[in-house]
Design a binder for this molecule. Sequence first.
Ligand SMILES: [Zn+2]
Ligand SMILES: [Zn+2]
Length: 368
Amino acid sequence: MPDTTTERTKQPQTKATYKAKAYSAASATSRVASTTIPRRDLNENDVQIEILFCGVCHSDIHQVRDEWHSFMPTTYPCVPGHEIVGRVTKVGNGVTTFKAGDLAAVGCLVDSDRSCKSCEADLEQFCPSAVLTYNGPDKHLGGVTYGGYSDSIVVDEHFVLSVPSNLDLAGTAPLLCAGITTYSPLMHWDVTKDKKVGVVGLGGLGHMAVKLAHALGAHVVVFTTSPGKQDDAMRLGADEVVVSRNSNEMQKHAGSFDFILDAVAADHDVNAYMNLLARDGNMTLVGAPEKPLAVSAFGLIGGRHSLSGSMIGGIKETQEMLDFCGVHNITADVEVIPIQKINEAYERMLKSDVKYRFSIDMASLKSE
Ligand SMILES: [Zn+2]
Ligand SMILES: [Zn+2]
């Protein structure tokens, strides 16, 4: 294969822009409000997408409010949104995989160096030069990248995904973060038919993990602190539901899990779950509690258990996930909102008052 990285850098890069409608936060204490932003005119390898739906992820709230200041300070104005689906409106001359009219999606990444070991292994999410879809350094226009709370976006075709035509688009948007974040560790830890899989926490991430693990043929057990979630967990594809505060119920599953996905972002006791792993079982964290977790060595050494983390997925795997969801007709359970309700949606998310993800209908932006 030719070295496309060098070819790319040789091509003239345009600095010309057009105006796009968007919603942005002006500061850590501002509400998200209507604005316009510049988007670049198309370069050779760019795809322009009219955004139809954008999912609302917890990271949007964290970054709008600059709550990750110590490791990822927010640059304002901040246009969040990294669960993007839409339709291609225009493509650059060098684009081969998309044409105007195609359905397309963009997730958490819009660029990387394309040459490091992680990129070579199709794991762009671990590239030291990975560019996040919003609040990342914009190589083209300077400043930071602007995300999906907007009527359009321009992205290099390598980072644009194809959307299976049978999927509901509002429910597809959250697959781009919540979907791949849970699919990737299920693949990495080889979850297949008849494996026993636990899912801790039934929120935006957890509900996707249940659907995906069920579709992979696993025996799925949901752990929840709210007994009221039992019926919903079963509807989503769980085989069993365990109320994690009930130690007798927990004990019944001791030493039996091949894999546990922990999607809890709040402080919680991971040791109770480590003890439920079978020999060589793994537990993977995809949530990010603020404080360090206490891990008992006995929960690890007894059964050669391991505790891991995972973060989104590479572009190749994201496409595989979308194709898998197309075959199994899997989308997120969403509540569709107009962009004008975004601040209210944030407040409701903080109270876990959403089943299970908000998806913004971007047609609502046309009236701004
Ligand atoms: Zn996200
Ligand atoms: Zn790289």
